[in-house]
Design a protein around this ligand. Structure first.
Ligand code: UCC
Ligand code: FAD
Length: 613
């Protein structure tokens, strides 16, 4: 009617409501929980030194330069150029990767992604410090964190082998190049074949002993190994690597571990040196849900010259040095991606208004984020405790660490080894699996924008984090394969008794009577069943996932409880309470259905056996 005024100005493409999203914060200095964990393990001096380095790394991680490299690596996906325009095959398949990918790899090496774990600067604490680097670097590494993981594994393996080798052996040089900060080498890990990646016993790659008649020294160069390897590798993620560690069978029909460079030097007809492929042909690159920046390929190997690593026929025990390191990178990257997704989701909840109030003030939304934070903190505790054990077992158990006083560490030596191997498998499986649902929750909490996958805007692209996080539950052993590894390991020899002695002792350091009681009853229940399963391994294997998640729930509860009692900090206390007493992230609530009946103490009446497998 005529007395109505003009309508408000409608929105247009460039006017109307526009959400203003806050700038990213330094992922180190803004992460109160990470700082708390670090202060638990590092003595004051080391903590201050690390803080300085990581504040700088955190600033770099949110810099426009790093964002640009990430966008570039995501947009310019790798491809292979095998022939020139005349149809001639190159001396080796040219794998073309983005500038961003290359720069991110160099940035990782420069900032110590591997070096920190081998340089003496942080002494007994070097692994913890190295994995803080992983935590900050991996979410913005454009997946160069994947070759980093495998390179770290190869460095660890060589560090075990080279002390017994003469100085002229090429493995010494390879090791130095892997741990370098500049012009560093990367290494691949080739295990999976078409016949299976979980069970590698059906490997169809063969290594023939065929030493060169003449070498350039008693042990030759890195490309003068004594074996010729041929076969087909179905997944190779480090296709642009300098070298690789791979499994192959020898005439015994058993698996051994080999090291080979991807290129070799030949002398051509006119006496000139030429760099050619060391018998590796890229069959094709894979199309994948995520990890788009990563050049995952199928490779055909034909007479690849390789060195044997470790004893003949001991392929699995030898390569397991790598597996345990790459699994640690996997769980840390899972937790780091999850933390990044949650930071984005929290920023969104502060920026978005709904029902005329900031989103974060809606109790239901706040509760969803709080539960996600609780699960993530639990997983982070498990992750860093496992890393601390790894570091301490490589060097020595420190008496100067606050952890020696407060953290429930096992005894150095055999007990620590059993606990470390157990928790490495458990953490890889449990943290990676939870990160998938955790990141999904963060994505959903941003509504439709959460689902937008914009390569140009890596600073708030949760969808990319979700795609990339999914793979962590698959590679380096699926959840069930790790559950199987865990069950078989603890049921061997007296491992369950050794593990049990530690956990029992640790639980009894919990001062809060209620927490101690809940954890003690839960563990006794699980232990009784596990220790009684030595002659029923197949049955325990069938229930492996449930057992593993139940154990993780107990160990995380223990870590949260001991952390809280160190200073009675309010948030730490509340998270411990929610985890242990409410069973909030446990039974039902914890998104893992297989947590089973382990959970709130109310369910653990004396003598009652509730935890059914
Ligand atoms: O996926 C891959 C790379 C992807 C990219 C990586 C990026 C990572 C981080 C990224 C961050 C963003 S490479 C492919 C990974 N493949 C796997 O993980 C294979 C999964 N399958 C398994 O784990 C299986 O359990 C196998 C292959 C290890 C099982 O082989 P077998 O033949 O059944 O062998 P056993 O019987 O389990 O083990 C043989 C010996 C045993 O010694 P004994 O008999 O003396 O007890 C084991 O104790 O090897 C020992 N062993 C180990 N030792 C086996 N596993 C381990 C271990 N984890 N630690 C120590
Ligand atoms: P399978 O072994 O066939 O497994 C299929 C299913 O069977 C799984 O659900 C598994 O849990 C289940 N299963 C198998 N064994 C058991 C058991 N004992 N108990 C219960 N369940 C079981 N590999 C490399 O070697 N190098 C690489 O660089 C590499 N890069 C990769 C990159 C990407 C992006 C991906 C997706 C994979 C990569 N892989 C790599 C391969 C990866 O390690 C394997 O896919 C993985 O180990 C599983 O092997 P598979 O695919 O053959 O599955």
């Amino acid at each position: 009617s005529s007395n109505e005024g003009p309508l408000p100005k409608p929105a247009s493409a460039d006017s109307g409501f526009m959400l203003s999203f806050p700038a990213m914060e330094n992922p180190f200095t803004s992460d109160a929980f990470l700082l708390r964990i670090l202060a638990w393990y590092l003595p004051k001096d080391e903590f201050e030194k690390a803080k300085q380095q990581f504040t700088q790394l955190g600033n770099e991680a949110i810099s426009p330069q790093v964002m640009e490299w990430n966008a570039n690596a995501e947009k310019q996906q790798p491809y292979v150029k095998a022939h020139n325009v005349w149809g001639q095959r190159y001396d080796y398949d040219k794998l073309v990767t983005a500038e961003g990918w290359k720069e991110l790899g160099k940035w990782g090496a420069r900032t110590g992604a591997i070096a920190l774990g081998y340089e003496p600067e942080f002494g007994d604490y070097k692994r913890i410090v190295q994995y803080v680097q992983t935590y900050i670097y991996s979410p913005v590494s454009g997946l160069t964190s994947c070759p980093v993981a495998m390179t770290d594994g190869a460095a660890r393996l060589l560090s075990q082998i080279i002390p017994s080798l003469p100085a002229s052996h090429p493995f010494h040089d390879a090791y130095q190049r892997l741990i370098a900060r500049t012009d560093a080498w990367t290494s691949g890990q080739w295990m999976t074949e078409r016949a299976g990646g979980s069970d590698v016993q059906n490997t169809e790659t063969w290594a023939k002993y065929s030493p060169l008649p003449e070498k350039t020294g008693p042990f030759g160069r890195i490309d003068e190994g004594d074996y010729l390897v041929s076969g087909f590798k179905f997944f190779s993620s480090a296709t642009d690597a300098d070298m690789t560690i791979l499994l192959a069978k020898t005439e015994s029909g058993k698996l051994s571990t080999f090291l080979a460079p991807l290129r070799k030097i030949i002398i051509d007809a006119d006496g000139k040196e030429r760099v050619v492929s060391n018998g590796v042909r890229i069959h094709r690159l894979k199309n994948k849900l995520g990890t788009k920046q990563l050049p995952t390929a199928e490779l055909e190997l034909k007479d690849m010259r390789a060195h044997l690593v470790g004893p003949l026929d001991q392929g699995i025990p030898t390569i397991s040095h790598i597996l345990n390191i790459t699994r640690a990178h996997t769980f840390m990257a899972s937790a780091a991606g999850w933390r990044r997704a949650l930071s984005i989701a929290k920023s969104f909840a502060k920026a978005r208004t709904t029902l005329d109030q900031p989103l974060w003030t809606l109790p239901l939304h706040l509760r969803t984020l709080a539960e996600t934070e609780t699960k993530l903190r639990g997983c982070l505790h498990l992750a860093f405790f496992t890393i601390a054990l790894m570091g301490f077992s490589e060097t020595s158990f420190p008496s100067t660490s606050p952890a020696a006083k407060y953290a429930p560490l096992p005894n150095a030596g055999h007990e620590a080894q059993v606990v470390l191997r157990t928790l490495t498998a458990v953490a890889k499986a449990v943290v990676s699996k939870n990160a998938v649902s955790g990141v999904q929750e963060c994505m959903e909490s941003m509504g439709g924008v959460g689902y937008i996958d914009e390569a140009d805007e890596p600073e708030h692209n949760i969808a990319r984090v979700f795609r990339d996080t999914n793979v962590n539950a698959i590679w380096e052993g699926t959840t069930n394969v790790l559950a199987s590894e865990f069950v078989r390991h603890v049921l061997k020899k007296d491992n369950i008794e050794v593990f049990g002695a530690w956990l029992d002792r640790a639980i009894h350091t919990v001062e809060n009577d209620v927490y101690r009681d809940v954890l003690d009853k839960s563990w006794k229940n699980l232990y009784r069943r596990l220790a009684g399963s030595k002659d029923r391994v197949p049955e325990a294997l069938a229930n492996g996932r449930r057992i593993m998640f139940s154990l993780a729930w107990i160990v995380i509860g223990l870590l949260l409880a001991t952390d809280a009692q160190r200073d009675r900090e309010g948030v730490a206390e509340e998270i411990a309470r929610r985890w242990i007493v409410n069973g909030e992230p446990g039974v039902g609530e914890w998104k893992m259905p297989d947590v089973g009946e382990i959970g709130p103490h109310a369910r653990f009446q004396e003598g009652e056996e509730r935890a059914k497998w």
